[in-house]
Design a protein around this ligand. Structure first.
Ligand SMILES: Cc1cc2nc3c(=O)[nH]c(=O)nc-3n(C[C@H](O)[C@H](O)[C@H](O)COP(=O)(O)OP(=O)(O)OC[C@H]3O[C@@H](n4cnc5c(N)ncnc54)[C@H](O)[C@@H]3O)c2cc1C
Length: 483
């Protein structure tokens, strides 16, 4: 099968499912302006999947915005540096159960069944190519180079979005529902430890999420801080680009080996997580974060095969200083000198850190507002997460706050404690996207409930048009009924 034939199959599958039926949400205007039913911020896999999920719910007055140029959304073709995805290839995601929309069918359309059999894990760039195809074949409404700067609550259930960028349809637009599908760091920020941020000049370090000029680092010594998958991805990438030495520094004495995501993928822990009690959710996430996601075996083997690869276990960075144009790192195992540092210390989720939430951040309930964790699991990092509904909606610290937040949804890693490993990562997408689409649809329905019910009770359109004209009875029928 060719891509053209697959495109036709997608169309036919959607046609068989009566996709694209009439919208049911009532159009509204405010201040004479168009009001979107839903604006999705972020055109990565989450934003695209949700747009399709909403269209399947017959909610079509939607817009996706993304700050990047078309085709460069998310990490895949920008700052991710692993050769393949870390996820098992058989997991389905944004296809939302339509076989012709899966990565596999897209891949087989180009390489045949043998091509699929040859794939161990999905090549990173091909995953991005698949997302580009997915957006195109579904004709999803995405405006690129449009960045959300600020959400301004206008009244309950109406938000003014302040945008910038050459692709923004306007500087301001109105939306009833706003979803922050802004990436795994989109509920907070990438974390750079203070001893780097405050003591090392900017030209000497980069976070793994930033562009790095590896050309400039050829033949140099590079230190990578962190023991998770990204640290090793970056070490192997740096070595493949010609750095002389890449040293990975891990705080723990042993490398992480267990990947709890693999257990969660098969145990119901991803799809059923929102049903857990608050105490269980908190304990589960505390346990989850104790494990770091280990490197994949192939990334580790690739990095370790270079003579310039070095691993330092039990080596937290205690201090840093600049000496003769290089950075000295102090660890319990001694001091080491490097030309450049790559920081792979993950992210923190906290609405306080988000500029677009400036006007509503104080209204957002956090876990610390709703749940007091027992000392053995209590963590300020978990406490700072927003306390969301099981449908990803922000909840208010007060009734007034709740009104201002009505219609705002998070779909990034800040959902972790409330909704589990569902938003963003591929493993959760097929469960989380329909849950979110349904939660948004429920809210729209309940917002318009009075008008919808009024119409329901007033409804008098006749469907049945049959007429019954009694026939004249025959003599036999008359005799029979007379007894
Ligand atoms: C290096 C790396 C490797 C990963 N590998 C895997 C893996 O192998 N398997 C797996 O399951 N998961 C993996 N993940 C996790 C997850 O799958 C990815 O982060 C994925 O890209 C998440 O998709 P998303 O759509 O939620 O966010 P993204 O793909 O990050 O897309 C969010 C988009 O929103 C845009 N945006 C953010 N803020 C604004 C704003 N204010 N206005 C407009 N646009 C905005 C961003 O620029 C971005 O384009 C990885 C993550 C990283 C960082």
């Amino acid at each position: 099968m060719s891509i053209q034939a697959l495109n036709e199959r997608v169309k036919q599958d959607l046609y068989y499912l009566a996709y694209g039926g009439a919208e049911w949400v009532r159009p509204i205007k405010a201040e004479g302006e168009h009001v979107y039913d839903v604006v999705i911020v972020g055109g990565g896999q989450s934003g695209l999947g949700l747009a399709f999920g909403l269209l399947r719910e017959r909610i079509a007055n939607i817009l996706v915005i993304d700050e990047n140029p078309e085709g460069l959304e998310g990490p895949w073709d920008t700052y991710a540096r692993m050769v393949t995805l870390r996820t098992p290839k058989h997991l389905t995601s944004v296809d939302l159960g339509i076989p012709s929309l899966t990565f596999r069918s897209w891949w087989e359309a180009q390489t045949g069944e043998e091509g699929w059999a040859k794939v161990d894990k999905i090549p990173r760039g091909e995953w991005m190519n698949y997302l580009r195809w997915y957006r195109k074949v579904l004709g999803l409404p995405v405006a690129n180079e449009a960045k959300l700067k600020l959400i301004e609550p206008v009244r309950e259930g109406l938000h003014r979005l302040h945008l910038e960028g050459t692709g923004a349809p306007a500087e301001r637009l109105l939306a009833r529902k706003v979803v922050l599908a802004t990436g795994i760091q989109g509920g907070g920020e990438w974390h750079v430890p203070p001893l780097i941020q405050q003591k090392v000049p900017r030209r000497f370090y980069a976070h793994t999420s930033e562009p790095i000029d590896f050309e400039r680092l050829r033949g140099k010594r590079v230190a990578v801080l962190g023991g998770g998958a990204s640290a090793f991805d970056n070490a192997q990438f740096a070595l493949s680009e010609g750095v002389a030495e890449a040293h990975v520094f891990v705080r723990r004495a042993k490398l992480p080996r267990i990947n709890p995501i693999r257990q969660m993928e098969s145990s119901g822990m991803i799809e059923r997580y929102p049903a857990l009690s608050d105490a269980d959710k908190y304990a589960v996430m505390s346990h989850f974060y104790k494990h770091n996601q280990p490197p994949t075996n192939d990334t580790f083997a690739r990095a370790a095969a270079y003579p310039g690869f070095h691993l330092h276990l039990g080596s937290p960075w205690l201090d840093t200083r600049l000496e003769e144009g290089a950075v000295v790192i102090v660890t319990p195992q001694g001091e080491f000198c490097f030309d450049f540092l790559i920081v792979s210390t993950g992210l923190v989720s906290d609405p306080t850190l988000r500029p677009e939430l400036l006007l509503v951040e104080g209204d957002i309930a956090r876990w610390s507002d709703r749940y007091e964790a027992p000392p053995e699991v209590a963590s300020p990092m978990l406490d700072a997460h927003p306390y969301l509904s099981s449908g990803f909606a922000f909840t208010g610290r007060s009734e007034e706050g709740q009104r201002r937040l009505h219609g705002l949804f998070a779909f990034n890693y800040s959902v972790m404690v409330s909704c589990g490993l569902s938003a963003s990562a591929i493993s959760g997408m097929r469960f989380a996207v329909p849950r979110l689409a349904s939660s948004i649809a429920d809210q729209l329905f309940m917002d318009d409930k009075n008008a919808i019910l009024t119409d329901f009770y007033a409804y008098e359109d006749a469907e049945f048009s049959g007429e019954w004209t009694p026939r004249a009875q025959t003599q036999d029928e008359i005799g029979y009924s007379a007894g």
